[in-house]
Design a protein around this ligand. Sequence first.
Ligand SMILES: *[C@@H]1O[C@H](CO)[C@@H](O)[C@H](O)[C@H]1NC(C)=O
Length: 275
Amino acid sequence: MSTDSSLLNSELELHQQEELYQQLLFLYLLTSLSFFLFANLCIFFLLLFLSLSLALPTPGMCVKTLSEPGKDKVFVNICQSNSVPPPPDLSREELVELLKILTTVCSQSCTAFDVVINQEFFQRCQKDPLFQQFVILVSLEGLEHKYALELSRDWKVLKNRKFLGSLGEHNIRTKNRPMIQELQPQYVLLPEFTLLVEPSTGDPEYLIGEIKLPGVPSSRSLVLDVGEDRLVLTARPSLFHLDIFHPFLIDQQNSVAQYNKSTQVLTVTMPVVSS
Ligand SMILES: *[C@@H]1O[C@H](CO)[C@@H](O)[C@H](O)[C@H]1NC(C)=O
């Protein structure tokens, strides 16, 4: 019996083709599956990276101070982040609302706290020393209030360090109470003040400012900036704000201020260089 070899061949060919097709299909599925997995993995890590980088505060400045009366070292990391909302109005008063105390890292002899403020606002504070002082003061007051501490106002902003500890441990999204809000003043008052020169006749030698600050318990709550022809004062918690220009050129270095707790009057004595 003769077989049609061509028929057999074509059947065999068909079978081989089918096998090849199946192999290719399998390969195709395998490749697309691994590609799919790979792409998903990439997207996952990209999202993870984005969310982490957006949420993590970046170091800003590190403030060193001492706790009282123990005199233990205390570091306050003032960090910047975009996750903290910017102030609706970049005034010092609104600042109080922005601060968030996140976490604490404690060891035996030193404690570090993290305070996070809006990044843009942080940059502003870098440019304005008074703003910076105010941020630090408010941070210290907030920490004192929250942790029942007493911190020295004799702080120092570290020059070579922006941060103490490791920032990665703290996630800004943990919804800690923005506790400094509790201290938020309801309004800002212009304090009653007088400016006078001494002696009252002839060439002025001293410019003396007397500022009444009822309700301010001690000079610890004051931030005073004496400029050449300007006096800026901020007090808390009954918030007073004073920003005055005067027609004298004064000696900033030798200006002194004294706060009388019983009368609650701040006296600023400024030697006059010229008028
Ligand atoms: C504060 O003022 C009162 C009243 O004028 C005065 O008796 C007292 O000595 C002053 N205290 C200081 C530390 O200057």
